[in-house]
Design a protein around this ligand. Structure first.
Ligand SMILES: C[S@@+](CC[C@H](N)C(=O)[O-])C[C@H]1O[C@@H](n2cnc3c(N)ncnc32)[C@H](O)[C@@H]1O
Length: 369
């Protein structure tokens, strides 16, 4: 989710949350110092130390949950959903209906939860019955992952400022203001309108990667009308240079409206082809240099030379995805049982969005020959 660093914003203030209510990962880390090290070691061994702020918040949620009504956070915790559609909530059948890209994203989320659950075993200040309650542990993980707000130097959960839904165009901004000018305390959180908002209109934030509905579905458990979707190109061990050329899910997108293809897709397909094809070192280096120096004329000339080949690669990729998604959708329809698999309709909607977008892309590509 996007949060503005720094001070007061110019629009109207719609909400202020005092620092005392904010769950700050860095403050929790200080509070737990000396007690959490074994758990953090396990988190590190599992390769998830970068999620240390999330893990601290996860522990705090569980501790507050254990306090029940005596927790100051009880009314807020009690208001939170108990049922999610996030990747960690999918059953095995749902997982088996996913095409490779979203499956990979979902598996990553599930691995994170496993790492949190394993690390939790080494934190002694949470009851054994809490640790062994899979649903409660999943609840705490989902609360953190769907409600965390990164600030400039910290990661926070801000009760009441966590009720904003995602919109493709945000109409609010979240800021932190340390009115006390005391660097030791967490700043207050303030929410401002970024434009005029009509009565009844929802206040919305833009969560991360609005052009990646598969990522939003896996992390937050909803599907919205995204303007674009990731083209689902997957390279194992992409080179650094391929990344510099533009191998980045937020850039490699197809428009869901008209199936138009973002230009970094063409760059990445061409460069990856030149990287793999023998005898193409000269063209590959020339393309790389032109890309890095912003020499669009040279890039255009190299693209024109290889246009038919890159079109063919992309068309084959799009047709493969369409075939895979169609087979998986047939399987979903065959085994559709909403009592047993309540998240299937949402996943079918995801697959329908992919099919609609990729069909438009396929038509566009066919017209290029
Ligand atoms: C930070 S909360 C937002 C507030 C949410 N309404 C609530 O109080 O639970 C994030 C969750 O809200 C839901 N959500 C957010 N934006 C949404 C949207 N555009 N469409 C449907 N659900 C959305 C998802 O369940 C997501 O995990």
């Amino acid at each position: 989710m996007r949060v503005l660093p720094g001070t007061k914003y110019q629009g109207n203030r719609v909400l202020a949350v005092p620092s005392e209510m904010i769950l700050s990962a860095s403050q929790i880390a200080q509070e737990f110092r000396g007690y959490v090290e074994s758990a953090l070691q396990t988190l590190e061994q599992k390769g998830y130390l970068h999620l240390q702020p999330h893990f601290h918040l996860f522990l705090k949620i569980l501790m507050e949950y254990e306090k029940g009504e005596s927790s100051a956070y009880y009314p807020w915790l009690n208001s939170l959903p108990r049922r999610w559609n996030t990747a960690v909530s999918f059953d095995y059948f749902c997982m088996s209906t996913l095409p490779p890209y979203i499956k990979k994203v979902c598996q990553k989320k599930r691995d994170e939860l496993s790492a949190f659950q394993e690390s939790l075993k080494y934190f002694d200040y949470i009851l054994p019955e809490t640790k062994s309650d899979d649903e409660l542990v999943k609840f705490a993980y989902n609360v953190v992952m769907t409600r965390i707000l990164p600030s400039q130097e910290d990661h926070n959960i801000v009760p009441a400022a966590d009720y904003f839904n995602h919109g493709n165009e945000a109409n609010i901004v979240i800021c932190y203001n340390n009115n006390n000018n005391n660097e030791q305390t967490t700043a207050n959180c303030e929410v401002y309108a970024s434009r005029d908002i009509a009565p009844g209109e929802a206040l919305t934030l833009t969560y991360d990667m609005p052009t990646n509905p598969s990522h939003l579905l896996a992390t937050y458990g909803f599907l919205n009308e995204a303007p674009a979707t990731y083209c689902k190109l997957l390279f194992t061990n992409p080179s650094e240079k391929l990344k510099q050329i533009g191998y980045d899910p937020s850039q490699l997108v197809f428009s869901t409206q008209d199936g138009s293809i973002s230009s970094p897709i063409w760059d990445v397909i061409l460069y990856s082809k030149l990287e793999r094809a023998p005898g193409m070192a000269e063209a590959k280096n020339a393309f790389y240099e032109a890309h890095m120096s912003g020499d669009e004329a040279t890039k255009f000339a190299i693209h024109s030379h290889f246009q038919e080949a890159t079109c063919t690669v992309l068309l084959e990729h799009v047709e493969t995805i369409l075939k895979e998604v169609s087979q998986l959708t047939c399987m979903m329809e065959q085994f559709r049982d909403e009592d047993r698999h309540p998240r299937l309709p949402l996943l079918m909607e995801h697959h329908a969005m992919v099919t609609s977008t990729f069909s438009k892309v396929r038509d566009n590509l066919r017209s290029m020959y």
